[in-house]
Design a protein around this ligand. Structure first.
Ligand code: SAM
Ligand code: TMP
Ligand code: ZN
Length: 408
């Protein structure tokens, strides 16, 4: 594990603005029958005073996070399935015009996006280090290289498959601390007129909604248009487009290209202005964010303690990686939340990292319904509330904590 006070992008000085203390690996679910000792690290965030990139101060070794048995499966959400199907169609319609054009996706997981490219019979390659999810994609007939995307992997792909017209990564690029190696890989692999497109949680949304649970070991960088523009330039690329996305609680899709090859969209300038007006990189804004985080913690603990005192039952919904930060920072264990339901087979029967709340299959939510459902998967609220509409119909209430603690 490497602790640093230097910016991983430009070498500038980091200004630490929040410390969540000791936190577990957010996707490392615990075997109730025992197993290897849990690994903890200090989860703290800082902003670079030069390039403004927000980043973690400690880097958990990648093999501890992205293991053979990495449990996260992208395809369990129908909303995300629709999102990635339309993303793939956009690439097919606008970029992959020549039958020989290649699309490479890193962090392809179970193939949620690439399956549409495969069905269209187009050249593609997924790069995914976790064996289980990589095998799930390969079983669908998707071409997958079981590896971490970095300079060497990209150079080997360029050698074997030729240049890529599109390199794509969703909820992955911001997970990679060694981003300089990734940029060198993009440089080795991208066609002269190609685009590198990535989408990740937006720091401005995290600040605005106090969605501090987006901060956990796998999310190493927290992008803004300003910091991504600086990062792209630092690595010899140009940010040419930005597009806000409603998924995962607010994201931005960034498009970068080789300098001067494509005309930048006016959206880039618009977002830069908006970020300046919102003062998201001002130290006072970051200090206020910290105060709001602690208010959410205090309000949520008070509500859960009141429920316990009144004998009301609370069950968590969605054993998200985000909920590791929330439960461990707020001190929420099985005494306050009896169990969490989750549709991911590999999480069921396990205990949540650090907080050790049992995880069960979704059917357990209704047998019998609890008084309150604490929605850890708040970014999937619409889909889950639709699926579980009977819960509220019979008198149940959802507890949400973004943008503040409230019940619906
Ligand atoms: N793209 C999918 C989505 O948006 O639902 C999966 C996102 S998941 C949160 C992040 C994925 O990135 C994991 O499957 C992980 O194994 C993979 N990953 C992490 N580091 C990587 C790297 N250096 N190269 C390729 N994939 C990586
Ligand atoms: P995410 O917020 O990182 O995408 O994780 C969502 C978690 O919630 C994941 O473990 C799957 C789970 N989930 C359900 O249990 N039911 C659902 O309907 C959805 C959409 C997700
Ligand atoms: Zn910097």
């Amino acid at each position: 594990m490497t602790a640093t006070l230097d910016c991983r992008i430009c070498g500038g000085t980091l200004h630490e603005f929040f410390d969540f203390g000791r936190q577990p690996v957010a996707d490392a679910f615990v075997d109730p029958d025992g197993g290897p000792e849990e690994f903890f690290h200090r989860l703290a965030v800082g902003m670079c005073t030069s390039c403004t990139m927000v980043q973690l101060l400690e880097d958990v070794p990648r093999e501890r996070m992205f293991r053979t048995d990495y449990p996260y499966l992208s395809s369990l959400s129908s909303v995300m399935q629709d999102h990635f199907t339309s993303t793939a169609h956009r690439f097919l319609d606008t970029e992959l015009r020549d039958p020989g054009d290649l699309l490479v996706e890193f962090g392809s997981n179970d193939g949620i996006m690439l399956d549409t490219i495969r069905r269209a019979g187009r050249r593609h390659l997924g790069v995914e280090p976790c064996d289980g999810v990589a095998e799930a994609a390969a079983a669908k007939g998707i071409r997958v290289r079981n590896a971490f995307f970095e300079e060497e992997t990209a150079a080997a792909i360029a050698e074997a498959d030729g240049p890529a017209k599109v390199i794509y990564a969703a909820n992955t690029f911001s997970h990679i601390s060694y981003i300089d190696s990734v940029f060198r890989g993009v440089d080795a692999l991208l066609a002269p007129d190609g685009i590198f497109v990535f989408e990740d949680p937006y720091m401005a949304d995290i600040i605005e909604r106090t969605s501090f649970d987006q901060i956990y070991d796998e999310h190493f960088y927290f992008f803004t248009v300003r910091s991504v523009q600086a990062m792209a330039a630092h690595h010899g690329f140009e940010l040419i487009d930005v597009e806000p996305l409603a998924v995962h609680g607010g994201e931005i899709r960034y498009t970068v290209a080789r300098p001067g090859v494509r005309t930048p969209s006016p959206a880039v300038g618009r977002f830069l202005e908006r970020e300046k007006a919102a003062r998201i990189t001002e130290p006072e804004t970051l200090a206020q964010f910290g105060a709001k985080v602690d208010k959410v913690r205090d309000d949520l603990r008070a509500l859960l303690e009141r429920c316990r005192a009144e004998g009301r039952t609370v069950v968590g919904y969605g054993a998200t990686a985000k909920s590791a930060t929330l439960t461990n920072y707020c001190g929420i264990g099985p005494d306050l939340v009896s169990f969490i339901v989750d549709s991911t087979p590999a999480k069921q029967g396990k205990l949540s990292p650090g907080s050790h709340i049992p995880v069960r299959a979704p059917e357990a939510f209704a047998t019998p319904y609890p008084d309150y459902g604490l929605l850890f998967a708040w970014n999937h609220a619409e889909e889950i509330m639709r699926k579980e509409s009977a819960f509220r119909a019979q008198g149940g209430q959802w507890i949400l904590y973004v943008p503040g603690v409230h019940t619906v």
